[in-house]
Design a protein around this ligand. Structure first.
Ligand code: NI
Length: 394
């Protein structure tokens, strides 16, 4: 039967294979909804296991189902597969071979670890119930999870709980972290265009200069957070891009602002949208400009099911040893795993990959982000152990 050392022992035997898989994917990254080669790679690794394979789902997604000896509950394990449109800054042998595309969020590691978990569970088939392995496309801003849910990946057999992990340099290799309740934030986006009137820089009174209006809006929107929002309600408003104007001696006729809002509370969304529009309208109106404003609701917040934390804790004790799981505050980042947790109870945790000596110290999405590959067997074993703990518990 499954016990502590088996999954870990087996995963450690698989370590070099996990590293090879991860490096292959790392060298050949693909953008959201274009993970065709990645998808082929995964199928190739799974096809000789006697799992029920479903693909393609949502272009490049794959579901593999391991049926236990008897019917019972179904636990799903999920990995995302896409890379980012960023140039890899690493000078390692396994650096990205594709110009301007790289796995700088670790989804290559997620995919490799989930294939690994499938191998571990294949050799220790559950007595009762099913395990569903979900490889999903397009986590990076394109809501691949939402598409997969629409395609019915949580049905037939109906998923009872789902688990997923994300590599994270805020935890050391050999440790994990999990938040109670909200794990990530509602991640919304907005676009503002301020429309003034162009003219000669020397005669501002004959035009409507959209640049000082933009400056006013940038600083005023921060007041929504600092002056009108309950300080005990985490809220972030960031303007990440400003564009407008032609040259130094021309009054800019229009300016575009692009930004994001992060919240932990769904009800706060409407309020935020309304307040932003009031501020923009007031400032533009007072200064003689018009505007357009578009607020787009993005990924919902990932909700961790309280009841699953003890199960993760148990898995962590068995695989990593005692006191390796830390309870952390939610991240204000976004994650489309939320589309699953909106439908079924789930748990999403951070797998530590921080390693000073190997320069695995950079945050996700940094050009030098890298994964301490010693963490790969831990990830596979944790996912396998979690699934087994859940099924044995039920
Ligand atoms: Ni990610």
């Amino acid at each position: 039967m499954t016990n502590k050392l088996e999954f870990l022992k087996e995963a450690l035997k698989l370590k070099q294979t996990l590293i090879d898989w991860r490096r292959h994917l790392h060298e050949h990254p693909e953008l959201s909804f274009q993970e065709y080669e990645t998808s082929k790679f995964i199928i190739n690794k799974l096809v000789h296991l006697d799992f029920e394979l479903q693909h393609p789902i949502s272009k490049t997604g794959i579901v593999a189902i391991l049926h236990g000896e008897e019917p019972g509950p179904t636990v799903a394990l999920r990995a995302d597969m896409d890379a980012l449109p960023i140039q890899d800054g690493k000078e390692k042998r396994y650096a990205s071979k594709r110009e301007g595309i790289a796995h700088l969020c670790g989804h290559d590691a997620h995919t490799a670890m989930l294939i690994g978990a499938a191998y571990l569970l294949h050799s220790q088939r559950p007595k009762k119930g099913n395990i569903k392995f979900i490889f999903q496309p397009a986590e990076e801003g394109f809501a691949g999870a939402s598409e997969m849910v629409k395609e019915g990946v949580l049905d037939t057999p109906k998923v009872d709980v789902i688990a997923g992990l994300h590599v994270h340099p805020t935890a050391k290799t050999g440790e994990i972290a999990v938040a109670k309740g909200n794990a990530t934030a509602f991640a919304d986006s907005f676009d503002i265009e301020i429309i003034g009137e162009g003219g000669h820089a020397a005669h501002p009174h004959l035009s409507v200069d959209s640049i000082p209006i933009a400056a006013e809006i940038v600083s005023s929107l921060q007041q929504i957070v600092s002056r009108t929002t309950d300080p005990l309600t985490p809220t972030v408003l960031t303007i990440g891009k400003i564009s407008g104007g032609y040259k130094r001696n021309v009054i800019a006729p229009s300016v575009k602002l692009e930004g994001t809002v992060r919240l932990l509370d769904r009800d706060q969304r409407k309020d935020m949208m309304k307040k932003m529009e009031q501020y923009i309208q007031g400032i533009c109106g007072g200064m003689g400009a018009t505007y357009t404003f578009r607020y787009v609701s993005g990924y919902p917040a990932v909700k961790n099911e309280e009841k699953l934390i003890p199960i993760l804790h148990k898995a962590s004790e068995k695989i990593l040893g005692s006191n390796k799981l830390t309870i952390v505050q939610p991240s204000m980042g976004g994650e489309d795993f939320s589309y699953y947790t909106e439908k079924v109870p789930g748990i999403f945790f951070r797998l530590g990959i921080f390693n000073d000596e190997k320069e695995c110290i950079y945050p996700n999405h940094h050009p030098l982000f890298d994964v301490d590959e010693d963490a790969l067997p831990f990830g596979s074993a944790l996912l396998a152990q979690f699934a087994m703990e859940y099924l044995n518990n039920e």
